[in-house]
Design a protein around this ligand. Sequence first.
Ligand SMILES: Nc1nc2c(c(=O)[nH]1)N[C@H]1C(S)=C(S)[C@@H](COP(=O)(O)OP(=O)(O)OC[C@H]3O[C@@H](n4cnc5c(=O)[nH]c(N)nc54)[C@H](O)[C@@H]3O)O[C@H]1N2
Ligand SMILES: Nc1nc2c(c(=O)[nH]1)N[C@H]1C(S)=C(S)[C@@H](COP(=O)(O)OP(=O)(O)OC[C@H]3O[C@@H](n4cnc5c(=O)[nH]c(N)nc54)[C@H](O)[C@@H]3O)O[C@H]1N2
Ligand SMILES: [Mo]
Length: 817
Amino acid sequence: MPRTDRIAEPWGSRTPYGPGETWPTRVDQYLADGLTEDDVDRWVQSASILHSNGDGLDIAVTDGRIVGVRGRAVDRVNHGRLGPKDLFGWQANNSPDRLTRPLVRRDGELVETDWDTAMDAVAGRCRELLQEQGPSAISFYTTGQLFLEEYYTLGLIAHGGIGTNHVDGNTRLCTATAAAALKETFGCDGQPGSYTDVDSADVIALYGHNMAETQTVLWTRVLDRLAGPNPPQVVCVDPRETPVARAATVHLAPRPGTNVVLMNALLHEIIGNGWIDRDYVEAHSVGFDELERQVRAYTPEVAEEVCDVPAGQVREAARVIGSAQRLLSTALQGFYQSHQATAAAVQINNIHVLRGMLGRPGCGILQMNGQPTAQNTRECGADGDLPAFRNWSNDAHVQDLARVWNVDPMQIPHYSPPTHVMQQLRYMEEGSIRFLYVTATNPAVSLPELARIRSILAQDRLFLVVQDIFLSETAQLADVVLPAATWGEKTGTFTNVDRTVHLSEKAVDPPGEARPDLDILVDLARRLDLRDRDGAPLVKWSDPESAFEAWKECSRGRPCDYTGLSYDKLRGGSGVQWPCDDEHPDGTERIYVDGQFWARPDQCESYGRDMVTGAPVEETEYRALNPTGRAVLKAAEYVPPHELPGQDFPFQLITGRTLYHFHTRTKTGRAPQLQDAAPEVWVEMSASDAADRGFVEGDLLDVSTPRGRVQAGLRISGIRPGVLFLPFHYGYWDTGSGSEPGTGEGRAANELTLTDWDPVSKQPIFKTAAAQVQRVAPADGPAPAPTTTGSAPVTGQVPPTTGGDDALAHELVGGQP
Ligand SMILES: Nc1nc2c(c(=O)[nH]1)N[C@H]1C(S)=C(S)[C@@H](COP(=O)(O)OP(=O)(O)OC[C@H]3O[C@@H](n4cnc5c(=O)[nH]c(N)nc54)[C@H](O)[C@@H]3O)O[C@H]1N2
Ligand SMILES: Nc1nc2c(c(=O)[nH]1)N[C@H]1C(S)=C(S)[C@@H](COP(=O)(O)OP(=O)(O)OC[C@H]3O[C@@H](n4cnc5c(=O)[nH]c(N)nc54)[C@H](O)[C@@H]3O)O[C@H]1N2
Ligand SMILES: [Mo]
């Protein structure tokens, strides 16, 4: 049975296929400690949790412990394949330093306690503040990594029970722009396309999306198309030479923060050359004249000047996109974590509307999600929006939700937009928010400008509750820490980027006294004595399946209709795409097939926003603009980034990811194969910038911005000149030095990032800051950066990244291993 070092070969071996064919099956499997299938007691159905792809997998259980994973051959998403994080990341579940008991702060120290004491402290402080100040004192900050059932319960508690408008998720840092861009163009969140579009696309365009490293299995699908007959052409827009860039037909490497100019120039060419479907535009869109007028000034020469991309390359990319018969586009953080995030992302939608490329095989848009369950955070309203894409500024939608919840409509805050997390932080700084309940996110590493974040979270007057599985950097600042059960230890559902819903079943018991997040939230609602308008308990369920059944009712008749789904229906199969209802009992592969959108004024989730200021559009304006619910072509002019390089800070700093780690590494840092592949922070710089300064591979550099400094080993990579890249995975926590605060200070990229956001989606800017570098010490070896990825070295003798015997995983093409 073939085995592959999946650290050295993250995408595994090729199974080439041609356009319109079915992607062959390849089942990947990894079992720890030399175990074989004969040693496995049970296989339990689930899907992967360390990215948004939703790869179906089964969890191997032996003696009540997780011992490995195997891809599900039947799954529509991965056809059996798994990525390195899927194969090795589950080991964190078994880590000896999991939280096993609740902690409370006594005399400045976190000490172990029992659940009653901890939960009474949380509910008690919440009630006190509600009496003193009301709901405006209370805020919730959640994640894209819990399950649907948990978000729906959290949203109900916060909106329907406590009545606070201060509810958001780390999805604000992640996919707020995906949601915003879909709302702006189509009136509603929800991805038009399907992963199967990869199978038939003739052009695949990736905008600020390093799919090779961040959705490795989806990229494997692209690689298999590239290796087969009649391969698609690939367009990549990224300032770094990522694996995507290396595979591209055309690679545009713009200056960070200039995406809107580039997109407007592409549209200038597409419209100018008449590569548009006039009938489609006429029948199904509004706003063409304004868009045409707006892009008129953005010639390829203007793009060359602003973006520093040769005009000829812009023309070439426009020609490839403009002559595509089946165009698939994806976008992610290179577009979203930017000062004009939504303005840039909607131009991708515009290309599809102009070319009539929607609702047909190969013609998808994937305004990507990043986190595994971010779609559910948004759908269930745990990001502050109202559940099932109801419009908070439409009274009829609020009333309808109040009916579902059996509460007074006035109980549900809808007088102003939900308070996004960056605004919540301001209120905490000013002292009006005094209670923050954090679930499954680590803001002390992942939010921008960490010195400020630490000082906000550490305030005495802020009561901080952290529900996590480890004593994260954030948990260390908490007043109460609640130990959670995680994936594999609890049951629930989640939905990936292409609307595929998976069931993830409990495989093993959680460690110690850790409890599923759903249990903890239900307990909180009970202790707060939250009730509906008839005096019955507000939260009417206590197990995941009943929560799912309640959610189904909330989604009935909405775009994300789940009423045709059940746990039983999700068992054994391959994942089902919403909407799934009486009309579409097996789910729906593509939405908007007939140019019908959820955009009518009485239907839409949002009336939209001004692209430059972010001000909400009034209902009356929207009714005038789009009375019949067509796609809206939104135009946007370019505004330069707010912080530009200058004499003192001559570089532009971008931050992001590497293939082997997930976020703040609480899971991947505890998986030896992944940790060893990228053990420490590094900084990337171009060969010409390094040569100008006399730097060589491995030199220890001090990278600074007006907000802080980080020390990192230099990797000379294929990044464009003038730009630096730092991975953001490395907080204080260090596998070598324990979980003590302070041990790793000066490592986190967010020491350097700025407090600023896109005016439309409110997504913070992680991709442009002005920075400078100095050498601290000469190299004593190459930088600790992988060689297999966007950080591949372009100079020096750097040994290739490998995983050795411990990273050998089975691959069986065509079936079960
Ligand atoms: N291995 C791994 N996979 C993950 C995750 C992880 O932590 N590790 N996290 C998951 C999550 S939550 C997310 S959100 C996704 C993120 O997935 P991606 O968005 O693919 O990852 P990033 O590295 O944040 O950014 C993508 C690219 O944007 C480019 N970029 C930077 N600035 C600009 C710009 O101004 N213009 C353009 N066009 N490009 C720019 C960067 O060079 C980078 O290669 O990944 C998901 N998958
Ligand atoms: N500089 C910079 N900063 C960034 C980004 C960037 O590109 N650059 N990207 C941003 C993006 S896209 C994202 S998504 C964020 C991610 O930022 P975070 O959400 O802060 O990162 P994670 O490390 O995933 O944190 C998740 C936490 O939840 C815990 N956890 C895991 N599973 C469970 C569970 O089942 N229950 C509970 N209760 N806890 C659990 C983990 O131990 C961990 O502490 O970072 C953002 N920050
Ligand atoms: Mo994300």
